[in-house]
Design a protein around this ligand. Structure first.
Ligand SMILES: NC(=O)c1ccc[n+]([C@@H]2O[C@H](COP(=O)([O-])OP(=O)(O)OC[C@H]3O[C@@H](n4cnc5c(N)ncnc54)[C@H](OP(=O)(O)O)[C@@H]3O)[C@@H](O)[C@H]2O)c1
Length: 352
């Protein structure tokens, strides 16, 4: 079955979604409409040229109020308010809300109540969605009747959660400490600017290329929403001046002492088995740029594993904060767009 999707906001995430779908031989979704405040011509240009991903591997043109991507016509709306986008006119079933402006479950719900879509995926750690669903961890808790507006949490939460899931399932996991180093985001500032995107912390308005900047993103709560069996969590989140490619580290206490080899074997087995496509495993010495275009939520790096005789464990994973997360958004769109029962395993939700 192919799920008809609409994308609100054709920025970094919206364009990644479009590129992933365009490149996949059988994506299981069809983008039938997009909405942004930019003109169709600018949206086409933004897809054709990309400083991180390179030129579009195909053709993208603007034709009236349509974007034409490799001969596939996508209706392009230009509405600033989500309730004004007539998704139903194009048969949109699932809207991926990717503006970053409408992260509240209530506002995003207007894609259903006013736009006529059936379901919404908010591409961020939303406020009050019907459910947070992290693919590979708790996506099987999706309830078709009760969950109309869902969120996959954030890219960092996804990377941490899949590593935590393996440790929890294989060895038991008590209290946890996590760190995320997140690559540059569109809202970052080239020069210091203490208004606008600085939100409630003035450090977020500081020049991104100059500093490692602490961020107050509350990852711990969301990892525990997906994996409530985990013990208490502490977390740190930093914005770092890399263009793409982010790092997640997790340390904790396992129920029994484990060796480095056992941990790495567990991760490799999960990556080849139940978490295929969501967790990847690569023993080659890796730096952040190497993860560019990797569709997994987390590329596990076995060289980062450390253990202690009393059950302490520390693990490291890399993630392409745009590409991996966009693949998970599409996984979620397929999951909630389907009208069939939710499968109980994880493997069928692997990346395209
Ligand atoms: N980038 C990442 O690595 C990443 C990873 C995980 C999650 N996310 C989340 O995904 C969301 C989008 O992030 P992003 O990086 O894709 O942001 P982005 O590049 O700023 O994209 C947002 C797009 O929405 C457009 N837009 C702004 N207001 C709009 C409105 N009222 N109606 C329609 N379109 C509107 C923006 O236009 P203008 O550019 O003209 O404002 C831009 O094209 C955010 O919530 C972010 O936290 C991002």
């Amino acid at each position: 079955m192919t799920v008809a999707i609409g994308i609100n906001g054709l920025g970094r995430i919206g364009r990644s979604l479009t590129r992933i779908v365009a490149a996949a031989p059988n994506p299981g979704v069809s983008i039938v409409a997009v909405n942004d405040i930019a003109s169709t011509e600018k949206l086409a240009y933004g897809l054709r040229r990309d400083s991180i991903r390179g030129s579009f591997p195909g053709t993208v043109t603007a034709r009236g109020d349509h974007l034409v991507v490799n001969d596939h016509a996508i209706r392009a709306y230009r509405q600033e308010r989500p309730e004004r986008i007539p998704w139903a006119d194009q048969g949109v079933e699932v809207v991926i809300e990717a503006t970053g402006r409408f992260r509240a479950g209530g506002t995003a719900r207007s894609h259903i109540s006013h736009g006529g879509a059936r379901k919404v995926v908010i591409s961020a750690s939303a406020d009050n969605p019907d459910a947070f669903l992290v693919m590979g961890a708790n996506h099987t808790s999706y309830d078709r009747e009760a969950h109309d507006v869902v969120s996959p949490a954030s890219c960092g939460v996804n990377a941490l959660t899949v590593m935590a899931k393996v440790l929890l399932d294989r060895f038991g996991l008590g209290s946890v400490n996590t760190s995320v180093m997140l690559a540059a985001q569109g809202w970052g500032r080239v020069q210091d600017s203490l208004i606008g995107a600085s939100r409630d912390d003035p450090r977020l308005g500081r020049a991104t290329g100059e500093s490692i900047i602490p961020h107050n993103h509350v990852v711990g709560d969301l990892v525990r929403v997906a994996l409530p069996e985990i013990g208490e969590m502490r977390y740190s989140y930093y914005c770092v001046p890399t263009p793409i490619g982010s790092l997640a580290e997790l340390s904790g206490q396992t129920a029994r002492p484990v060796s480095v080899e056992e941990v790495n074997r567990a991760m490799a087995e999960a990556a080849a088995g139940p978490l295929r496509g969501i967790l990847a495993y690569d023993p080659d010495p890796t730096v952040s740029i190497d993860v560019k275009n990797n569709p997994a939520s987390c590329l596990f790096d076995p060289s980062g594993t450390q253990t202690t005789a009393d059950g302490g464990v520390k693990v490291r994973g890399w993630f392409d904060n745009e590409w991996g997360f966009s693949n998970r958004l599409l996984d979620l769109a397929r999951l909630i767009g389907e009208r069939l029962p939710v499968p109980s395993g994880h493997a069928s939700w692997s990346a395209v």
